[in-house]
Design a protein around this ligand. Sequence first.
Ligand code: BDR
Ligand code: CA
Length: 316
Amino acid sequence: MSPKRIIIDTDPGIDDALAFLFALASPEIKFEALTTTQGNVTLEKATRNALSVLELAKASHIPVVQGSMFPLVQPLRASADVHGASGLGNSKLPEPHSKPVAQHAVDFLIEKILAEPNKISIFPIGPLTNIAMAIRKEPKFAKAVRELVIMGGAIQDGGNVTPQAEFNIYVDPHAAHIVFHSGIPITLIPLDVTQKCLLRQEHIDRLLKINSPISRFIRDAVNVYLKVSYERGFEGSALHDPLTLATIIAPELLTLKEYYVDVDISGGISMGNTFADIYNITKKPPNMKVGMNVRSDDFVELFTQRMEKLSRSITD
Ligand code: BDR
Ligand code: CA
């Protein structure tokens, strides 16, 4: 089978960076471009981080395109408490040599997707602002995207920003509303499954047996994330964004169910809450597949093995 063509839309972000590395280490994937948005950090930092991580992984040939600076309606909100001030924990990557493409990510996405309808899947692993803007700007966009695999939402579990809302959706719930109702085929990978996939210190120690800038970057980036995770009662740091790629690399590890899912944009205490019509009460047809369970140990092992492989291939 030929590798699946993807664009990652992202706000890097520690686990976003891990998702880029996972994609680069996986022959099942053709990683064609990376579009940035605000979220974990400001747009400027997100773009810098994207360029730096690709450079570290010797993948500067992948175009990085800068996108939306603000959510559609909500004010900007960064999460330095989780991802560190730079967005990449304690890692100190040098200023990137490469530059972003001189085009807005929304226009880039529209051009690229319309040039080859139904060939390219988009993996949004940050707030959905760029995708919503592309849907609104170009009416043909939604029909031409092959699939969206979104890291976001909390269906069975509580949220991680408010008791009900997950970060990516909470940052731009209006964008999520547009995307969920766009008719694009969607797979949602929510917190319920991503929080089961924990990268623990023992996995990082395993990677550090390989003397590589990749293994050292993972140690330095994940450090901060691990600390916050321990404070919240987790035994490791959740591989939220990398888990989206399991839909290509190892789909048998995920249990997906089709549901009608919506998001609260009414502005009250449940703003950004994502909810599934599990008992088909509304009689509305399903608008997405939702990750309901995951073979988490197998996934974390797969991720670690791919990071070992990438670390071996990139040395000082
Ligand atoms: C999501 O929020 C971000 O902080 C992570 O990168 C992930 O995409 C988890 O809620
Ligand atoms: Ca993210």
